[in-house]
Design a protein around this ligand. Sequence first.
Ligand code: FES
Length: 162
Amino acid sequence: MTTSQNVLREKARNAIETQPYKTITVLSSLLSVQDSIGWIPSEALEEVARVTSSTVNDVWGVASFYPNFRFTLPPKNSIEVCWGPTCHVLGAQSILQHILAEVGLENEGETSDQHLGLKLNTCLGVCPHGPVASFNHRLQGKMTKEKALRLTKSLMKETQND
Ligand code: FES
């Protein structure tokens, strides 16, 4: 077993053992791992199985049912474009198209180098400031095509400098 596998197993074990839920279940344990380390590595599936006296197949059955669990390392940088009704009316479509073209994607997803993820969001919760997008979890309102391109380019540069 490699050091990084050991580290992931230790992090998963810690997340499971310190989870805030009163009743420990497969689902509560998976949620704790995802909240803590941002994804569910295979080591975590094994740890959840051990703690809940389940099989890894049973744990996988629960984990794979929920689309919000991810099983690969999240991208280092993220952009979320609000696609809610207010932002849509205020020009989200055009902003999205410019960002997609800049990062080389056709729709939401991750770049092939796994350094940038783009997601659509149904409402980022600040509708009066629409159109809204977030860049590495920093909300930006009153978005324009120019501002979106500038922030996207800056994020791509950060990505390339990693
Ligand atoms: S619809 Fe975009 S922030 Fe609510």
